[in-house]
Design a protein around this ligand. Structure first.
Ligand SMILES: Cc1cc2nc3c(=O)[nH]c(=O)nc-3n(C[C@H](O)[C@H](O)[C@H](O)COP(=O)(O)OP(=O)(O)OC[C@H]3O[C@@H](n4cnc5c(N)ncnc54)[C@H](O)[C@@H]3O)c2cc1C
Length: 387
């Protein structure tokens, strides 16, 4: 049991984005004295969580062991939106599609079978008949899972922060953490405004993980992404009731997309857009014609009813681990520092449950659900020379 630090905080959370805001809420609801520190506004458009919404789905081709966490995430999103009084979780159904032997299709179907999730397998023709916005090549197959949908991302951060403040957390926007060190009683954190002490530290700094925890520099690598919203020529095909969110593997790459919602246009992105590793403090945020062309090519070929003018283009950052699974762990043995870097392009949907898991790690020293897949130990001797 660690003692509160000199300023009377039990825990300092660095980064009040998707994961940090959820951690602040779950720590504060457990009665911890929490200080959340965010370098930008809350929310903001400089990191990984802006752009209106993020896909959530129970069918999980990345690894079926995520499914129990997803079930808990759904519960927590519903609980959060009930308390907040605003819909955060929108159910549209989800499509996971690709060639019959692709990971997206095979992995999604396997996760549904293993966890007995309701689902249907559709050919590309059956998919178009059911959801006319989709035009996939012959031979492509799709898993439809009715509980897929999306979470309103910036509003979810607002909801987590609102709950945390009501539970007594202290949260500072526009205060940048410059560094931290372990002390005999916990941690000391220096910002551009003050120095704070606490019993424990949670680092949830997204694309900036490596600058605050240098050991993670090669394990949490920022990558530039671009999202596009295109004006449908056949809007009815892309309405929320007619168009499930999707993950799709085609010969040009792996794409994801959404029905029209909140802002005009059909939204689409390509995973690992142009494979551009960047410095999160110095990168080209302004989307360009090449960015639009990449996305437009997929729209015109696979979603022809949405091939109108681009309405909005936004850049954003992934933070990738070498195996694309998350990092949620304590730094070395009995360190007072917990690190949370769940991204690799698929972390947002979990943020509610990651907040809970981080709070359990901090308060109980262990988690109620297995998170071995997210442990730092998996990189021992491979990616962490010198550890
Ligand atoms: C284009 C795009 C599409 C995506 N689509 C999906 C999807 O459909 N579904 C899904 O589940 N996931 C998706 N993801 C992934 C998901 O958005 C991320 O996993 C999630 O946003 C990461 O949250 P985070 O808290 O780690 O980062 P962030 O929300 O960026 O939070 C990190 C915070 O730390 C702050 N910070 C950093 N350094 C400091 C410092 N020194 N001092 C103080 N504060 C600091 C930052 O300002 C930031 O607010 C997508 C990501 C992108 C970029």
């Amino acid at each position: 049991m660690r003692l509160p630090g000199g300023n009377g905080y039990d825990v300092i959370v660095v980064g009040v984005g998707a994961m940090g805001s959820a951690a602040c809420h779950h720590l504060a609801r457990r009665g911890k004295r929490v200080l959340g520190l965010e370098r930008f506004d809350i929310p903001h458009a400089m990191g990984s969580s802006h752009g209106v919404n993020r896909i959530i789905r129970l069918a999980y081709y990345e690894d079926p062991s995520y499914v129990p966490l997803l079930r808990r995430a759904y519960e927590l999103w519903r609980e959060l939106q009930d308390g907040f009084g605003e819909q955060l979780l929108h159910i549209t159904g989800s499509i996971d599609a690709g060639p019959a032997d692709s990971l997206v299709f095979v992995g999604s179907r396997a996760s549904c079978e293993l966890h007995e999730l309701e689902h249907e397998v559709l050919t590309s023709d059956e998919l178009t008949e059911r959801f006319p916005g989709y035009r996939l090549p012959d031979g492509h197959m799709a898993v439809f899972q009715p509980e897929g949908g999306f979470v309103m991302s910036e509003r979810a951060i607002v909801a987590h922060v609102t709950a945390a403040l009501e539970e007594g957390a202290e949260i500072h926007g526009r205060e940048r953490v410059l560094g931290w060190e372990e002390t005999t009683g916990g941690v000391r954190v220096e910002t551009d405004r003050a120095v704070y002490e606490a019993g424990q530290l949670v680092v949830a700094a997204g694309a900036w993980m490596g600058s605050l925890v240098p050991d993670l520099t090669s394990l949490a690598v920022p990558e530039r992404q671009v999202l596009g919203w295109f004006q449908p020529s056949r809007p009815a095909e892309f309405a929320p009731g007619r168009f499930p969110v999707f993950n799709l593997t085609v010969e040009e790459g792996r794409y994801y997309g959404f029905p029209v919602h909140s802002v005009p246009g059909f939204k689409i992105g390509r995973y690992h857009h142009l494979d551009e590793v960047v410095d999160p403090d110095d990168w080209d945020r302004e989307p360009n014609a090449a960015d639009e062309a990449i996305l437009r090519a997929a729209v015109s070929r696979y979603f022809p009813g949405a091939e109108g003018p681009a309405l909005t283009l936004r850049s954003c950052l992934f933070t990738n681990t070498p195996d694309e699974h998350f990092i949620v762990d304590r730094l070395r043995g009995d360190s007072p520092v917990v690190v949370a870097s769940p991204c690799s392009g698929h972390g947002f949907k979990f943020s509610a449950v990651i907040g809970e898991l981080v709070a359990e790690l901090v308060v109980d020293g262990k988690t109620s659900q297995g998170i071995g897949l997210f442990g730092l130990g998996r990189f021992d001797g491979v990616m962490r020379p010198g550890w």
